[in-house]
Design a protein around this ligand. Structure first.
Ligand code: GDP
Length: 479
């Protein structure tokens, strides 16, 4: 990776849209010489020559005789910068064309256009942060809820990293002791040591399990709870969708997928985020291509974490309702008795009596209370908006978000971290099994070392170039 640092990189670090200020960041060994050749004071003298580390100055950006812009220059001397390298930041006027012209000039003077995430990758490689912290930087940027932001900020300041380092330190101490004992049996005694290892490993597994448990909630918080609205035609699905998305239009975003029939919209329920999927199947449309999406509505529930099941309660329960329930009853589901304003023809008890036999054997022996714990029922009027608060409360209680909001909870949000924790868990379970099977100590020290290595990958120890490239390629440009 050494030659990574020989190049000086540059990118526009702010969003490419018209704004008050746009920032171009230049980092690497030649950043001062590259920028010196384009930044001048009003007397035409190069400004960077006279700048102290961690200082800023006004300057003209000049391409030969032409002044491209006036800007503020910030200079950070290595290692006291985000990347750990000499870094120059140009705060220009935030015009898209202007920023591109200034960037082109910087590139013409010898800098290379950075890859996505390359500034943060350099920060990681220079030891400014470990890999888990570096990954959290993207989380901070992409957070869509207060809770997601808090978790990412905690991760960025080392919450996950510290937990992993603590686990690794314990394993390292143990493996070092075992190795010493194998090398020097006169001074280190392994008699009865298996018992101590079992206690240690059980403790480690407990911590790992609690980190793994946090992943489910962490995933919901950072990515949103994948939610589907289902129900027979005219039950009020699109009315509910409009009610939900109309709540907070500022954060509703249509993200068209590769095909017309998958659209995701985000809706915030206070501090939790619902990712409404397959909304194309719900929205009323004359477009035959889009309406194909409607047939996929039930299929989409396969990947849903939450199903909102609309029932037109101004009419009697129909076979279609029972059939839909049979398809979704393995999911966390809120049953919504809609059109309450027209008078309810269906009562909560009717739901129990009709549905308890539609979900398969698992439900047949459920009492009413058990059934409603599993499938909460709320009464709504999607058209008028009544019942929305009840829906919010019910969804929140289904996902037990309360424990995550406590200030010192360490939360995993990365699938990569989760997979590595699972690997470490497997290795540690192997240790316990090897001890129980009565094998020698050196048989399980390999598994201890494997667990140590898997955990190390989380914070970026022993990470290869390919993996680093893959992780940072998901970052945004200029970060
Ligand atoms: P979808 O086919 O399931 O998407 O159902 P829609 O949302 O299009 O609703 C079908 C019809 O029911 C429309 O005429 C809506 O205005 C009406 N509707 C939906 N929700 C309510 C409600 O809560 N009360 C009343 N009175 N009408 C509703």
């Amino acid at each position: 990776m050494a030659d990574v640092f020989s190049k000086t990189i540059a990118a526009i670090s702010t969003a490419l849209s018209e704004s008050g200020i746009g920032i171009i960041r230049v980092s690497g060994p030649d950043s001062v010489s590259v920028c010196s050749s384009i930044l001048f004071d009003k007397k035409g003298q190069p400004v960077l020559d006279k700048m102290l580390p961690s200082s800023f100055r006004h300057a003209f950006v000049k391409d030969g005789d032409e002044v491209l812009d006036e800007c503020i220059v910030l200079f950070y001397k290595a290692p006291h910068s985000y990347t750990g390298e000499d870094t120059v930041e140009l705060q220009c006027h935030g015009g898209v064309l202007l920023l591109k012209k200034v960037l082109d000039l910087v590139l013409k003077k010898g800098a290379h256009l950075s890859e996505p995430g390359e500034f943060t990758k350099r920060a990681f490689l220079n030891g400014k942060m470990d890999l888990a912290q570096a990954e959290a930087v993207m989380g901070v940027i992409s957070s869509k809820s207060e809770m997601a932001l808090k978790i990412s900020k905690d991760q960025m300041s080392g919450s996950v990293s510290n937990a992993i380092k603590e686990l690794r330190a314990k394993i390292l101490y143990e493996t070092a002791y075992i190795e010493s004992a194998i090398d020097d049996p006169e001074h280190y005694d392994l008699t009865g040591h298996d018992k101590e290892v079992k206690i240690l490993v059980s403790g480690l597994l407990e911590k790992i399990n609690s980190l793994e448990d946090s992943y489910r909630s962490g995933k919901y918080i950072s990515e949103g709870i994948s939610t589907c609205i289902v129900g027979r035609p005219n039950s009020g699905k699109s009315s509910l969708l409009n009610l939900l998305t109309g709540q907070d239009r500022a954060i509703v975003s249509d993200i068209p997928g590769t095909t017309r029939d998958i659209i995701e919209e985000y809706v915030r329920f206070d501090d939790i985020l619902l990712k409404l999927t397959d909304t194309a199947g719900i929205r009323k449309t004359e477009d035959p291509i889009e309406s194909i999406g409607a047939k996929k509505a039930l299929e989409a529930t396969d990947i849903a974490d939450l199903v909102l099941f609309m029932i037109d309660a101004s009419e009697m329960i129909e076979m279609d309702d029972l059939e839909i329930f049979g398809n979704i009853c393995d999911k966390k589901t809120v049953i919504i008795l809609n059109k309450a304003d027209l008078g309810l023809k269906i009562k909560k008890q009717d739901i129990y009596h009709h549905f308890v036999y539609s979900g398969g054997k698992e439900f047949e022996n459920m009492t009413e209370d058990e059934f409603f714990d599993r499938f909460p029922v709320i009464v709504m009027s999607a058209k008028g908006g009544n019942g929305l608060e009840d829906l919010k409360r019910t969804v929140k209680s289904l996902f037990y978000m309360g424990n995550i909001t406590s200030s010192d909870e360490i939360v995993i949000t990365s699938m990569r971290h989760m997979e590595l924790l699972t690997k470490a868990e497997e290795s540690l379970n192997n240790v316990l099994k090897t001890i129980d099977d009565g094998f020698e100590t050196d048989m399980y020290s390999v598994d201890l070392s494997d667990a140590y290595r898997s955990l190390g990958f989380i914070i970026g120890e022993e990470i290869g170039d390919d993996l680093a490239d893959e992780i940072f390629s998901k970052f945004c440009m200029g970060k």
